[in-house]
Design a protein around this ligand. Structure first.
Ligand SMILES: CC(C)(COP(=O)(O)OP(=O)(O)OC[C@H]1O[C@@H](n2cnc3c(N)ncnc32)[C@H](O)[C@@H]1OP(=O)(O)O)[C@@H](O)C(=O)NCCC(=O)NCCS
Length: 177
């Protein structure tokens, strides 16, 4: 599907939640769920929310923040929730919240939060303009404001430290002709 218009949409129109049970295949050597497994779920959820908003396939271009607050156990059900917090002209910030609960019930814990930047691409792999985000609630406006602060921090970090981009002279990623 490709967006046929750029009419604004609220975050609730594209937010997504999915659940997956953690198995021994997801465990690290300590028997807890590997951080990389959770990062995969975070990235998948962010990609779905971003694509639903943009109407284009979206790729992750940066992760501004990712925190693991508590370990996740084998046998936990992971609930992964993603919503678009803010949009730029060609990028989106998606916030992802991960919660875990023993499969047989019990207390649900907030285990992970992450903020990812994604870019929508057209069929040729060229970044496309993203439709505006229409903040409807105080919560939407708070998230949009906080995303703006992260974007500003990112800009300042790049100004002070330089980019972590490819070495000068490296070949850019190929795009379809
Ligand atoms: C996504 C990609 C095509 C963007 O290319 P680009 O030449 O930087 O594109 P543009 O300069 O037009 O920037 C597009 C948007 O991305 C944003 N962007 C680019 N690099 C960024 C970075 N490192 N961090 C945050 N935002 C970034 C730009 O600010 C712009 O958004 P804005 O218009 O809202 O400000 C390119 O970086 C790419 O292919 N990356 C690999 C993505 C991928 O494969 N991800 C999967 C993990 S391997």
């Amino acid at each position: 599907m490709v967006a046929d218009d750029l009419a604004g949409r609220p975050p609730r129109a594209s937010e997504v939640t999915f659940a997956r049970t953690m198995t021994p295949l997801d465990a690290n050597l300590l028997g807890k769920v590997h951080g990389g497994v959770i990062m995969h779920e975070v990235d998948s959820a962010a990609g779905i929310a971003a694509a639903r908003h943009a109407g284009h396939v979206c790729v992750t271009v940066a992760i501004d923040e990712l925190s693991f607050y508590q370990p996740v156990n084998v046998g936990d059900v992971l609930f992964v929730h993603a919503r678009v917090n803010a949009v730029g002209s060609k990028s989106l910030e998606v916030g992802v919240r991960v919660e875990a609960e023993p499969w047989h019930g019990g207390q649900r814990r907030h285990t992970t939060s992450a903020y990812l930047v994604l870019v929508g691409l057209d069929e040729d792999g060229t970044p496309v303009r993203v439709r505006p985000l229409v903040a409807e609630t105080d919560d939407d406006r708070r998230r949009e404001r906080q995303a703006g602060i992260r974007r500003q921090f990112r800009k300042e970090r790049i100004e002070r430290l330089g980019t972590y981009g490819p070495v000068p002279g490296a070949q850019p990623a190929p795009r379809k002709p």
